[in-house]
Design a protein around this ligand. Sequence first.
Ligand code: ZN
Length: 430
Amino acid sequence: MDLVIRNATLPDGKSGIDIGIEGARIAALQPGLQARGAREIDAEGDLVSPPFVDAHFHMDAVLSYGLPRVNRSGTLLEGIAVWGELKPQLSQEALVERALRYCDWAVARGLLAIRTHVDICDDRLLAVEALLEVRRRVAPYLDLQLVAFPQDGLLRSPGAFGNLRRAIAMGVDVVGGIPHFERTMAQGAESVRLLCEFAAEKGLRVDMHCDETDDPMSRHIETLAFETQRLGLQGRVAGSHLTSMHSMDNYYASKLLPLIAESGVAAIANPLINITLQGRHDSYPKRRGMTRVPELLAAGVDVAFGHDCVLDPWYGMGSGDMLEVAHMGLHVAQMTGLDAMHQCFLAVTQTPARILGLDGYGIEPGCHADLVILDAGSTVEAIRLRAARRMVLRRGQVVAQAPRSNASLQLPGRPDNVNFRIAPQATHSR
Ligand SMILES: [Zn+2]
């Protein structure tokens, strides 16, 4: 073996596991592996997971916070306005530079696959060119999937559909949309139909910003589920945000949830951003705005948590930490049962990997040797501590390292350091 990682705890709770790696792939996974590695790493019983995956991000806007001005109201719509002011000033070099800098952060956080939407409403397609360049440059260490996103509306923005077709022809991977931003409900539904037909014709995946509003009557997810089924796109379509479902009438939701499940449409919630941007027109009580995550999961729908924004016109926080995303999702969805907390970890690893269609993802023989060793004993503890990424491996090579999150104490009669960990058996979900 080229590398053996000894004494790992896996996300499913199995402990004392040795992981043998040959070249870029996992070759063996068992307790007490006899084979020796040219290099050996002692995981010391820590959690070893496949890498984090972000199913929803905006890399063309990342790290642009304050350019050209800060979003004063903090609303989604002012964010879109600020982004509109910034767009004419964007340079390809600055955009590439910011994106590469963010990818450095991502790798350090064990985040090795990102689906990013890229705004195609600028006729120059400058952001598309920049992110195609970034995708090429980061490919050795990070999988970047691009979604052609008509931020200003497919039908509302002149030329948007033409730009979207051009972006796909240039190599963008996924068809995006924003039906709730079109001029009318009917135009929103029409945009969903057109985009799904285009994706079916081209054999592409679909991921739309869908119903990112507090308006319970915003029901484009219904159309998205219908078109997915009609065109045979099951398993290739995701609805991002779906925040209107938070405010929907329960009777309607009880009809909608099985329709989404039946259509094989996945849901992507963005807890940090949903809790921040939704409910802005409420006084008190204020709605949380995140979609119905436990109910979608119970109906059998794949649900991932995305980061959406880091330091951009919509959000002045974030550092590429998908455990922070899972932590917020867990709280906002009140997913506090042990199994539910574990599902929040899957929502930033396994589930988004499936939504993106990543091949060779996982922790089994034959999978890519892409792994993260966390300063935690379980998935739940990883979320609780936003655990340090002790080591990040890509294709069998170490690409990032960080120390454990310990602190020293100077207290008479007390231990001389703390690590915030508890015994592993208390935090395994099964
Ligand atoms: Zn988004």
